[in-house]
Design a protein around this ligand. Sequence first.
Ligand code: NAD
Length: 488
Amino acid sequence: MTQVGEMIRQMYINGKWVEAKSGKTFKVINPATGETVAELPDGGAEDARLAINTAHEAFKSWSRVSPVERSRSLEKAFKLMTERRDELAKLITLENGKPFEEAKKEVAFGAGYFDWFAGEARRVYGDVIPSPAGSRRFWMIRQPVGVVAAITPWNFPATMITRKIAPALAAGCTVVLKPAEQTPLTALAITKILHDVGLPPGVLNVVTTLYPEEIGKEFLRNPLVRKIGFTGSTEVGKLLMRGAADQLKRVSFELGGNAPFIIFEDADFDAAVDGAVGMKYLRVAGQSCICANRIYVQESIAERFTKAYVEKVKGIKVGHGFEPGVVIGPLINKDTLEKVDRLVQDAVKKGAKVATGGGRLKEAAFAKGYFYAPTVLTNVTEEMGVTREEIFGPVAPILTFRTEGEVIERANNTNYGLASYVFTKDLGRVFRITEALEYGLVGVNDAAGYGHETPFGGFKESGLGREGGKQGIEEYTEAKSIVVNLPQ
Ligand code: NAD
């Protein structure tokens, strides 16, 4: 197995590496081989409570640290995370399965949130508000919300964490992080970076667990937690929102997606084919919330597109993440593998044709992992689950359309609203369609996704609030209006 220099196997509370109070542990599994990568503390409600109390104590001082000083800590974290890129990427490949080259890109991008929010820490502006009465003065200041409970998924084990903790720390909040049970090692390695740059004890705490419900319940019932920042499935997001209602806790949610990828006949053909391959297969084997979930191709170019697309997909190399040239690794676990296969088999039963792939990879090299063949489906209709549900795997359903109006309506006909993509050279259409699509992100002739500088988040059931951009830090603040009567 690939050796990782320093692998942290303990939770982090009040600046110390600790075991779970219960003494229990759980295993982190490599999805490519089924082997155990490490055993970690299986934390429970008591550990979460301790972490929350600690974060609450630390908030009293961290919220008063000058923004410049908080900014310096984040700058240092950016530098150290950049230096430790390959170490972190190894952990990601081991516990998540994504190819090492892709993991390195993720770490670099994830580190970028420390850089971006190091700047934003110094720009938490208020407002001076003109008062209608000469004897009164109004102004507004922004203050940190308090203790933040952050819950993150496994698909981007580094970025989903930095996109939350960087703005929270920048704003002056303290954090209790609960990383996904599949990928806690990356979370602990990022925590070590913040420990090494001298973040004061209690400002960031991490509780690892195999049973997220128990910790989630403590986050919801504990009044010291003021905000829940969650990235994960829409289902769990709704559950947390219901729970947060009792104390009206602040929430921001980044949830599931069902991204349409629309290609018009006037598009740059090669760019559209490459974009649709990249946005479908080359992000964690299709296990990304912004991956293309439905590919709509204008009828006149559908045959040519499908031929070129399938050709490219057949050339994709699947394998273990440390093998050179591999661009698709395994799916995260058995459940995901079975869900993907169920969607494919259901589509086939309802009339879809398998142009390539269509099943689990079972040859010797793949036997112990959760590998699925890159799959393209044609003859797809919107009655099939594969277009209605988030696939979260390397399966591309191709649908055809005739007119702009028709495809907009079909693209919007979903409860999700995270990312969407359009390939066209028609300028008028760019304006019409970007305004009409009900999505938090519209990529035009672009399949690279979002940047640190842009606000990221979903419409409808894809989320609440925004991460990144100048909006990202506001999510961790409260606006306080101050009204002063001048002495006469
Ligand atoms: P998930 O909802 O099962 O798990 C996400 C996190 O929530 C994990 O840390 C998990 O341990 C925790 N969790 C699960 N049940 C919980 C509970 N009852 N209480 C508290 N915490 C609980 O999702 P997943 O399968 O790990 O991740 C995939 C989902 O995440 C997909 O739907 C994907 O679209 C979404 N996602 C969204 C974004 C975004 O930015 N919008 C980014 C990445 C992933």
